[in-house]
Design a binder for this molecule. Structure first.
Ligand code: SAM
Length: 231
């Protein structure tokens, strides 16, 4: 219900403003000290970002398009999109994450169009964008909440929604149960896997159809990537 959802969000927000910020800011950097598990996650996540950019570059029409990156983290996707001339609006529930994204955008220099950064729960976002992206955010919410969040993101997307999530399959479920996934003492947030058909159902209920898919799996990182377009 709504009360649990508020609790989940408060816990996630608190985590990404404190220890989660330190952990993920390091993982989402090119250098800086990380252990071998974090290095594996860094590589896996970079593969997801690269797969999205490969789609974008194949389409060759991103310049001038509006993009809403929901749960932008430190800007791992938002910044390369801005570099390509997209008009990016990037937000995150964590002030610390979105501040770091803005700092990285400044430090990069040479962006023709500066992204607009703000702190926001994705469920509070409004407006309309050509493309909405939401990468590796749904892992923080149970499937019942995921569906409503996906429908809300879809309502913001004029043409396309790109979303990634940890897929719930018997294999990943087993790994999670035996503790092979999400190991380590600093992993304090809960992780939720989602059945792909539940994500697709939420997209289809919003008038979208799946156009392209990808899957990235390393030892400790796994993410299913869907591109959905208005049917
Ligand atoms: N999308 C980024 C990327 O792929 O580099 C960050 C992924 S990180 C695993 C998850 C991010 O989602 C965190 O920055 C967290 O603060 C953010 N987040 C979690 N719940 C959110 C919500 N309800 N609304 C907006 N952002 C949220």
């Amino acid at each position: 219900g709504a009360v649990h959802m508020a609790d989940d969000k408060a816990v996630v927000q608190q985590y990404f403003n404190t220890e989660g910020f330190d952990r993920w800011n390091r993982i989402y950097s090119e250098d800086g000290e990380v252990n071998s598990v974090q290095k594996d996650i860094r590589n896996g996540h970079q593969q997801t970002v690269d797969k999205i950019l490969t789609w974008i570059d194949a389409d060759a029409n991103i310049a001038g398009q509006t993009i809403c990156d929901a749960g932008c983290g430190v800007g791992s996707l938002a910044l390369p999109l801005a570099m390509r001339g997209a008009k990016v609006t990037a937000s995150d529930i964590s002030d610390a994450m979105v501040e770091e994204a803005a700092r990285r955008a400044q430090a990069m220099g040479g962006l023709k169009v500066q992204p607009a950064f703000s702190q926001s729960d994705l469920s509070a976002l409004s407006g309309r964008y050509d493309t909405v992206t939401c990468v590796d955010v749904m892992i923080h919410y149970p499937t019942e909440e995921m569906a409503g969040m996906v429908r809300h993101l879809a309502s913001l997307a004029d043409k396309r929604l790109i979303i990634s999530f940890a897929p719930k399959t018997w294999y990943y479920d087993l790994l999670k149960k035996v503790g092979e996934l999400f190991p380590g003492p600093s992993k304090t947030t809960r992780a939720y896997l989602h059945p792909e058909d539940e994500v697709v159902k939420a997209l289809e209920a919003s008038g979208f159809t799946i156009q392209r898919t990808e899957m990235t799996g390393t030892n400790f990182y796994f993410s299913r990537l869907l591109e959905a377009v208005r049917a």
